[in-house]
Structures are given as structure tokens and as C-alpha cells.
Design a protein around this ligand. Structure first.
Ligand code: ADP
Ligand code: MG
Ligand code: ZN
Length: 629
């Protein structure tokens, strides 16, 4: 975006405020037009027919009808004469009088009274209509009416519980009745520790009295903390399923609205519903949307609104205590606990935090078992191997892979899902869909082939490299031109410096190959470099792996599963400089090491690249053979 004044443009808060103001103004304008139209409709269809519903006849006809005795009674006005006459149009026997009206002659008809007397017509005179009265009736009344509705609506909206008028104050949470919940802890894999912690909640929901008797403090809020797709929503629902209580599911973003008070009204409504259905679990996904620390700088929507919503939530949580017999437990999920308002985490609120992390090998095996129940696996399908080659996958990823595998099997008209389907599904999930249609020119293809061969060879050459499963130069989605798939044989929790250095060398192997072969480098390695730099930085600031800086943790990163989250570094400017230098040194050393390895095995590099260019995809054995030859 080209802009002369980047400062004003980069201020998100200002943008948000402008947006808010614009929306409010739009609202005001559209309301104004709606009111105008409403007024017109009111006059046209309610007021006018109300006043003039009689048949209009010419004055002359009126006079004739007086003479013929058809007029029954009249009311004389300055401008109009209205009255009842016999119905001359219908020839039916019953003489239903009809209302009529006629326009009075200007200045009055001098003989009219006389004629009426003569015909024996009942007559009276209407009070002259006051112009003010007319005006009031036609304009002020409907305006007052519409204004009144607006005012009422607005006040209700601000106070909450609007329900009747537009339903904005109603909670959008979906309620699932206890008997409708079809998940239990049997359906959650690899979360044994989290489940252990949640069992207490179940016990409390089932027998609140026993808790109260012992005087123990009743748990109220449980915060599930973990990366997306690890099964937080699933766990919350399964907890309701185990306890056989009602489950209310909603998301924090549903409480974030333009009007002050709407969010708070929704919170109130949600808890009202939950209390009616108690015992119940209220689940708020992505609670950071409302629970963001009030000290934070950038906010979407109005601050007042957010604050009111948060306050209402706190008030509701605090308010549970009284009803020990009908407990409501509030569960919430977030992947950014560090930005939550401290008030939420205080004792008696979300004082229980349950961490849900990506599953380990056994966890993955459990999850794969759960999700493969629904599909037909081949007799020789090795679930354990499947779990082994999917490190870092979350429950949602695994569910996705299983599903993809089943689709693969269906596509080739297979009878059951084989290991090959599963491996293909992993690739698909990891690297996105193959984009065979994308054309690379020969120069590009060659560069990518050397690059990937570089990764693969270094991975095989370093002592602690993870085995290479597959190398490919078929372009995939997500911007990858090629990839090298390494499949670790086990999950690793402790890594030595040697192992980390090997990883760095493998990451930089692609760029190193380009350097060795062409003596020039391309843009294709930016992601590699970024990852390598991040790893090196963590080695220095978190793992204390630099002699120069010593065994000191400089990073203030708290939640380690948050890859690449905003992590601060606590250090003086000199130390920061030293850190940068160390990071640079480590990366450079490994880059040079990778280059040296590839120079030493240049034949293998050429062979591998050639083979890749021919077949586009090769497996790990071919890499090792290229080296052996
Ligand atoms: P989160 O709320 O943490 O983002 P979800 O609960 O929405 O994750 O997970 C999405 C889906 O992934 C679930 O419906 C389930 O099918 C699958 N899944 C995730 N974690 C697990 C798990 N631990 N065990 C079994 N299935 C899981
Ligand atoms: Mg979820
Ligand atoms: Zn690369």
C-alpha cells in the first residue's frame, strides 16, 4: 500500500474507531430513512382511511339527494360535509345507510339549512378543525410513536434482555441436552492428564451436595489451554457427556458487538439459560476475544463494550456460588492464555487451568484408533507406524489424515484403507494438494532439484539426522516448490546441542547446495533460513547453548507450544547485540558445514539431482543408494 503518511495508516485503533463511527453514522442515516418511510405509510394507510372512508359525491348530487329524501343525516363542516345516505346502488331490500362526503361550496350555501329542514334531515355542525390539531395528528403523532419505539429499543438494548424487539441481547449459544451429547472421554485420545484433572469437575456436577458438605470450595471455571485442534472443544463436550449435564457452546467472538451493553446482555442471557438447565456446563471457545487484558493496546470494537462484557462475565462467575444444588460450570478455551485479563484468572474464577497439548506417540495411537473405527483398514495396516510417522500432528490433523486416506482409497476403488493411502494422505495434509498444472521452467526445476537434494543428503550425512522418507520436486500448495519429508523414528523431548546443530545443517542444506553448484543463491530458501534462525535464537536465549552468553535464559517466552509467538527477550542492549552475534555465528557455522558436506559428496548430489529431475519423486532408499554408489 503506497501511502505518504504511514503513521496514521498503521494505527489500527484509529482505524477501528473510524470504522465504528462510520457504522454508527450509517445506522443513524438508515434509521432516518426508515422513519420517513414509516411515517408516509402511516399517513397513507392508517390515518387517511381513518379520516376519509366515505364515498365522495358531487355537491349537486348531494342537493338532489336532499330533495329526493335519500339523505339521512349530515355534519356540516367549513370544507366538507359528511353524513349518511340511503344506499341507492344496491337494490337489496334492506336499506343499509352508507357514509358519504362532499366538498362544501366555498363561502357556504345560504339555502342549505332551509332545504335540510324541509327534507327533515338531522344535521349538526362540526367544530372548525384547528390547523395545529391536524398537524399534530399527521406528523407529530407518528413521529412520537416511532421515536418512542426507538428509544425503548435502544434502552432495552443497552440494558440487555431486548428479546422482544430484535433479539440482539439474546445469547447465540447452542444448547445440547444431556441425552443428546454423544461424546465421552472414550472419544478423546491422548489427553489422559487433562481428563484426570477434569474428573473432579464431573464429580462435582454429579454430586454437588457432597462437595458442599465438606465445605470444599466449589470449582467454577476451567480454562483449557492449548494450540488449535488439540481437542479442547471435544474435551469440554465430553465432560458434559460424562457428567450427563446440559452443554452450552458459544464463542467469545459472539459477545463482541458494536453497541455498548449488547455483549453483557448476551452473557446474562446465556447464564440465565444455563441456570434454568442446571446442572450444566457453559463452554466459551476463544475466550481471549472478550477476556483480553484491559491493559492491552489494540482493541477491536469499543472499549466500553468489551469492558462491560468482561465485567458481566466476571459477575456471573462470581454469582454462581448460591446455587450449590444446581451447579453451572464454566469452561473456556484459548490458545493465548498470556493475553487474558488477570481478573479472569483469579482464584474463584478460572482458577483451574488445564493444558491440552499436541499428543505424543501413544496419544496419537489412541486418536488414530478412535478415528479409524469408522473406516475399514486393511488387515496389514500398522497403526503404530502410522502414529510414529505423524509427530507434531494434533488430534484434528490426525482426524483429517484418516479422512483423506479413506478418500484416497475410495478414489482408487480399493476395498480398504492401506498404509500407502495413509502416507499419501499425510503428504497431502502436510504439503497441500499437488499442483501438477503449475509449470516451472527448466532452470527453476533444476534449482529446486539441487535444493531438495541438498536437504536430503545433509540429512543422511549428519550423525543425528532424521531418516529421509521422500524427496519431491512436484510443486505443492502453500508456496512450496518442492519438499523433503523426514520421518523421525520417535518423539523427542530432549535434544542435545549436537542434534540441534544437525537439524540446522539440514535446514540450511538446500541453500548450501545452491551455493555449491551455482555459486549463487535463490529466493527459494527464505523459509529454511527463517526456521534456522529461530532455532538458533532459541538455542542461545532459551537453552543456554552458547558458551559466550552462558547458561542464562534471556527469553521470556512462557508457553512453549506457541511456535513463533511474540516472545520478549530480557537483556541489556549489549547482551542483545551479543545474542545476535551468537545466533549469526551458529547459523553461519552450520551453513558452512552443510556446504562442506555437499562439496565432499558432490557426485552423490549430482546423481540425486539427476534422478529427481527424471522421476520427480524419490524415496529415502534412493537417497542412501546415491551416496553409496
Ligand atoms: P480445539 O477446540 O482444541 O481447536 P477441537 O475439539 O475442535 O479442537 O477438535 C476438532 C476435531 O479434531 C474434533 O472434533 C475431533 O474429531 C478431532 N480431535 C481433536 N483432538 C482430538 C483428540 N484428542 N482425540 C480425538 N479426536 C480429536
Ligand atoms: Mg475448538
Ligand atoms: Zn528448503
Amino acid at each position: 500500500m503506497a501511502t505518504t503518511n504511514p503513521k496514521t495508516n498503521n494505527d489500527p485503533e484509529k482505524d477501528n474507531k473510524d470504522e465504528l463511527r462510520k457504522r454508527q453514522m450509517n445506522f443513524g442515516l438508515s434509521y432516518f430513512f426508515a422513519a420517513l418511510i414509516g411515517m408516509w405509510l402511516f399517513q397513507q394507510f392508517i390515518l387517511t382511511p381513518l379520516l376519509i372512508q366515505e364515498m365522495e359525491i358531487p355537491y349537486s348530487e348531494f342537493k338532489t339527494k336532499i330533495k329526493s329524501g335519500e339523505i339521512i343525516e349530515v355534519t356540516l363542516g367549513d370544507e366538507r360535509i359528511i353524513g349518511l345516505m340511503k344506499d341507492s346502488t344496491s337494490s337489496s331490500a334492506q336499506d343499509q345507510p352508507v357514509a358519504f362526503t362532499t366538498v362544501a361550496v366555498p363561502g357556504g350555501d345560504p339555502t342549505l339549512i332551509e332545504e335540510l329542514d324541509k327534507a327533515g334531515v338531522k344535521y349538526g355542525v362540526r367544530e372548525p378543525a384547528s390547523p395545529i390539531g391536524n398537524f399534530l395528528l399527521a406528523y407529530i403523532l407518528p413521529l412520537a410513536f416511532i421515536g418512542g419505539i426507538w428509544y425503548l429499543g435502544y434502552r432495552q438494548m443497552a440494558r440487555g434482555g431486548l428479546g422482544g424487539v430484535m433479539g440482539v441481547g439474546k445469547s447465540k449459544a447452542t444448547e445440547v441436552k444431556p441425552e443428546e451429547i454423544n461424546v465421552t472421554y472414550q472419544d478423546v485420545g491422548g489427553a489422559d492428564e487433562a481428563i484426570e484433572e477434569l474428573r473432579e469437575i464431573i464429580q462435582f456436577l454429579k454430586q454437588p451436595e457432597s462437595f458442599a458438605k465438606l465445605g470444599g470450595r466449589i470449582p467454577k471455571g476451567v480454562l483449557l489451554v492449548g494450540p488449535p485442534g488439540t481437542g479442547k472443544t471435544l474435551l469440554a463436550k465430553a465432560t458434559a457427556g460424562e457428567a450427563r449435564v446440559a452443554f452450552f457452546e458459544t464463542s467469545g467472538s459472539e459477545f463482541v458487538e458494536m453497541f455498548v451493553g449488547v455483549g453483557a446482555a448476551r452473557v446474562r442471557d446465556l447464564f440465565e439459560q444455563a441456570r434454568k438447565a442446571a446442572p450444566a456446563i457453559v463452554f466459551i471457545d476463544e475466550i481471549d476475544a472478550i477476556g483480553q487484558s484491559r491493559a492491552g493496546a489494540v482493541r477491536l470494537g469499543g472499549n466500553d463494550e468489551r469492558e462491560q462484557t468482561l465485567n458481566q462475565l466476571l459477575a456471573e462467575i462470581d454469582g454462581f456460588r448460591s446455587d450449590a444444588g444446581k451447579p453451572v460450570i464454566i469452561m473456556a478455551a484459548t490458545n493465548r492464555p498470556e493475553i487474558l485479563d488477570p481478573a479472569l484468572l483469579r482464584a474463584g474464577r478460572f482458577d483451574r487451568q488445564v493444558t491440552v497439548s499436541a499428543p505424543d506417540l501413544t496419544g496419537r495411537l489412541q486418536i488414530l484408533r478412535i478415528h479409524s473405527k469408522k473406516i475399514k483398514l486393511a488387515a496389514d495396516f500398522d497403526l503404530e507406524r502410522a502414529a510414529r510417522i505423524t509427530p507434531g500432528f494434533t488430534g484434528a490433523d490426525l482426524a483429517n489424515v484418516i479422512n483423506e486416506a479413506a478418500l484416497m482409497a475410495a478414489r482408487r476403488n480399493g476395498n480398504d484403507v492401506t498404509m500407502t493411502d495413509f502416507e499419501a494422505a499425510i503428504e497431502r495434509v502436510v504439503a497441500g494438494l499437488e499442483k501438477k498444472s503449475r509449470v516451472m521452467n527448466d532452470q527453476e526445476r533444476t534449482t529446486v532439484a539441487y535444493h531438495e537434494s541438498g536437504h536430503a543428503l545433509v540429512a543422511v550425512l549428519v550423525p543425528h539426522g532424521d531418516p529421509v522418507a521422500k524427496v519431491s520436486i512436484v510443486p505443492r500448495g502453500r508456496g512450496a516448490l518442492g519438499y523433503t519429508l523426514q520421518m523421525p523414528t520417535e518423539d523427542r523431548y530432549l535434544l542435545t546441542r549436537d542434534e540441534l546443530e544437525d537439524r540446522l545443517a539440514v535446514m540450511l542444506g538446500g541453500r548450501a547446495a545452491e551455493q555449491v553448484i551455482f555459486n549463487k543463491i535463490s529466493t527459494g530458501a527464505s523459509d529454511d533460513i527463517k526456521r534456522a534462525t529461530e532455532l538458533a535464537r532459541r538455542m542461545v536465549t532459551e537453552f543456554g547453548m552458547s558458551e559466550k552468553l552462558g547458561t542464562v535464559a534471556y527469553s521470556t517466552r512462557q508457553y512453549q507450544f506457541l511456535e513463533g509467538s511474540e516472545d520478549g527477550v530480557n537483556a541489556s542492549p549489549e547482551t542483545l547485540k551479543a545474542i545476535d552475534e551468537e545466533v549469526q555465528r551458529i547459523v553461519t557455522e552450520q551453513y558452512q558445514r552443510a556446504q562442506q558436506l555437499l562439496r565432499d559428496h558432490r557426485d552423490a548430489l549430482e546423481r540425486l539431482t539427476h534422478q529427481l529431475l527424471v522421476t520427480e519423486t524419490i524415496d529415502g532408499t534412493a537417497v542412501r543408494q546415491a551416496l553409496a554408489a
